[in-house]
Design a binder for this molecule. Structure first.
Ligand SMILES: NC(=O)c1ccc[n+]([C@@H]2O[C@H](COP(=O)([O-])OP(=O)(O)OC[C@H]3O[C@@H](n4cnc5c(N)ncnc54)[C@H](OP(=O)(O)O)[C@@H]3O)[C@@H](O)[C@H]2O)c1
Length: 371
């Protein structure tokens, strides 16, 4: 995913580095980008630097990590450029740094989210990464389970799913708390603030069920590749062949994200059938090829996928159900839009012993941008 880091200080620099190391394209921004050369070198991967304006234009997702007192001016100056982008905000009102503004916000009882909504109208704001000290995050990223929890709040469910996937990629446990106003439950001064609590401990403290308020993302997930993770429940239903069934699904999303036509086609059986969204059924290898040629000419995908169910029904048939969240970019406009899909794969074991996709159906869970 293309991520712009606006405020590449202690938190922004660290989270951006974790994302760059996990394979995301990161641009670190500073009002003095030349000061970031050491950070970019340490981040490795494809990380680059730019000004805040450049990082906002670059990122499909923005991590906004600047002092709280800067936000009343930063928001109105940038909300149009940030419109429809997913913006993860880490800021905390701090009396010693943010003075009267911090006093007002902390005293209001409204929570930081309510203020961000006013300062950043039309922006898909997610409160994220505000509760844990940067040194704890640096030491604990990707530790063995249970991981440090990162509470998330947003008015936008898709943005929450994307933020959740990015928290996993940074090496932590996402805890979806609810709408943006609920960020007050994990603002400075709350029970879960600055504790380094695990995800489960935060859920318990905030009275959240494991399935979270919107029934998503709070399931324990195991990372399988850069693109794919699997829920513990899907793994628990293991058959001896589960790993072989999982393999073409993992390869499929890798090939889809890289627009690799031949790699996609290899994953289908001899007589594949696709049921694309709002289009006629696509039958046979040639038609499937044409369908993907057309898709890869018109759309770029950058999806994170969760395998929700993996069931072997017989020695030769299995199904896999997945949910994907990420960025959908029509090539004509180049405008990436956060999007979510659900997919169902019917797999068949062919005579060479390999599991391949025999039937495939998918649809977006909300309206997509025009192609
Ligand atoms: N440090 C922590 O442990 C921690 C933990 C959770 C949350 N937070 C919160 O996260 C935010 C960042 O904290 P931090 O500790 O990372 O601070 P920091 O090290 O001081 O970094 C803040 C960055 O914001 C940039 N910046 C300042 N004003 C800006 C503006 N008007 N426009 C664009 N960029 C601006 C600065 O970059 P340039 O000067 O290079 O442009 C600076 O590198 C704060 O709101 C803080 O409360 C911090």
């Amino acid at each position: 995913m293309k991520i712009g880091i606006v405020g590449a200080g202690k938190i922004g620099g660290l989270i951006g580095t974790l994302w760059s190391r996990s394979g995301h394209d990161v641009m670190f921004a500073s009002r003095h980008p030349e000061s970031l050369s050491e950070l970019v070198e340490a981040a490795g991967g494809a990380a680059t630097t730019g000004t805040p304006d450049q990082a906002i234009a670059f990122g499909d997702v923005i991590l906004l990590s600047i002092p709280f007192k800067e936000l009343p001016a930063f928001g109105p100056a940038n909300h149009l450029a940030l419109e429809r982008k997913v913006v993860l905000d880490t800021s905390n009102p701090t009396l010693s740094r943010d003075g009267a503004l911090a006093e007002e916000v902390l005293g209001s009882g409204r929570g930081t989210g309510a203020y961000l909504r006013e300062w950043l109208p039309g922006v898909r704001v997610v409160r994220a990464f505000n509760t844990v000290w940067d040194k704890v995050l640096a030491n604990e990223a990707h530790r063995v389970e249970p991981r440090v929890g990162i509470p998330l709040a947003s008015d936008d469910d898709e943005a929450l799913q994307i933020a959740s996937a990015l928290v996993v990629d940074a090496g932590f446990d996402p805890v979806i708390v609810g709408a943006l106003d609920r960020s007050r439950e994990f603002d400075r001064g709350t029970e879960v603030y600055d504790t380094g609590m695990t995800g489960s401990a935060i859920r318990e403290a905030l009275g959240l069920s494991r399935d979270g308020p919107s029934g998503m993302s709070e399931k324990q997930q195991i990372r399988v590749s850069d693109e794919v993770q699997i829920t513990e429940a899907a793994r628990a239903g293991n058959t001896p062949e589960a790993a072989d069934i999982e393999e073409p699904i993992v390869s499929y999303f890798k090939a889809l994200n890289s627009g690799n036509l031949e790699a996609v086609l290899q994953l289908y059986t001899q007589d594949p059938v696709m049921l694309p969204f709002m289009l006629p059924t696509v039958v046979g290898t040639d038609a499937v090829r044409r369908n993907y040629e057309n898709t890869f000419h018109t759309i770029r995908f950058n999806m994170h996928t969760t395998i929700e169910e993996l069931v072997q029904m017989s020695p030769e048939w299995a199904f896999v159900r997945t949910d994907s969240a990420g960025i959908f970019t029509p090539i004509r406009t180049g405008q990436g839009t956060p999007s979510t899909f659900h997919e169902l794969f019917l797999l068949q074991k062919e005579s060479d012993g390999k599991w391949r996709i025999a039937r495939y159906s998918f649809s977006p869970t909300a309206k997509l941008p025009d192609l």
